[in-house]
Design a protein around this ligand. Structure first.
Ligand SMILES: Nc1ncnc2c1ncn2[C@@H]1O[C@H](COP(=O)(O)OP(=O)(O)OP(=O)(O)O)[C@@H](O)[C@H]1O
Length: 247
């Protein structure tokens, strides 16, 4: 499904590479977690795969398609849930979703039904006609997710989709993602919530300084590390306890 080969990225203003000669294959219908300390290169990797930024070298394909040759086809099959809200605050939830759905060529009753079905699933149907700037963080995160899946993408990239939300919103988001995955979506997501990733992901990769240092099924990784009873303990053993501040 996703084949990444020797992918590297060095930002123009940066002194070092943010993604370094990275190889990774992700299979269809996996839920793949990209984990790592602050500044490890997770967002950069997701941004490369969505072609929001260009690689310095290396290549990748998604479903056999490459951005260089099949940009339009790829745009139809991928969905991107960014870390920042991609919503218009002065428009209602319905108007936002209508706008994003129209961008993918959806219209009329079909689009309307899709919007209301999504809002209902995520517990927001009562708020369809309220403006986004009146929403809580958890509500905005849920609309942000819906905006990215209006076109039923086969592959969904999510950059910290549950950051800053309460447990209730987090559970609704994760359950919805599991449902999309059951329906066939491949999911690639970044998170700092290691308990969440342990329960949610079929496989995870731990990234540090732009490189994958370990990957596998969460339980297998935990079992392979003595004294680690969960993913967080394994993560700390591998990445160390030092702070990762950068500017
Ligand atoms: N636009 C940019 N220009 C220059 N350097 C950048 C840019 N964006 C990110 N970087 C650098 O690339 C490295 C990786 O950053 P990235 O945001 O991908 O990490 P991350 O793993 O997503 O971190 P976090 O968990 O804090 O979101 C960092 O050293 C960061 O300073």
């Amino acid at each position: 499904m996703i084949k990444i080969e020797h992918l590297s990225k060095k930002y123009k203003s940066a002194e070092s590479y943010s993604v370094v000669d990275l190889d990774l294959h992700i299979k269809e219908q996996e839920i793949f977690g990209l984990l790592g300390p602050n500044g490890a290169g997770k967002t950069t990797l997701i941004s490369l795969l969505c072609y929001l930024i260009k690689p310095t070298s290396g290549s990748f394909t998604i479903n056999g398609l490459s951005f260089q040759k099949n940009k339009q086809e790829l745009k139809q099959i991928i969905g991107i849930v960014p870390q920042e809200y991609a919503l218009y605050p002065s428009l209602t939830a319905y108007e936002n979703l209508y706008y994003f759905g129209s961008m993918y060529g959806l219209k009329g009753q079909k689009l309307k039904n899709k919007i209301f079905a999504g809002l209902e699933k995520l517990g927001l149907d009562k708020f369809a006609h309220k403006k986004i700037d009146t929403f809580s963080g958890g509500m905005k995160r849920r609309v942000n997710l819906l905006a990215s899946i209006m076109h039923n993408p086969k592959v969904l990239f999510l950059d910290e989709p549950t950051v800053g939300v309460d447990v209730q919103s987090k559970n609704v988001i994760i359950d919805y993602l599991k449902e999309l995955n059951k329906q066939g979506a491949t999911i690639i997501y970044t998170s700092h919530h290691l308990n969440e990733a342990e329960a949610f992901c079929t496989r995870v990769a731990i990234i540090d300084q732009g490189k994958i240092i370990i990957k596998g099924k969460p339980q297998e990784l935990i079992d392979a590390h003595e004294n680690a009873h969960n993913l967080e303990e394994m993560f700390l053993q591998i990445t160390g306890k030092a702070l990762r501040d950068y500017a």
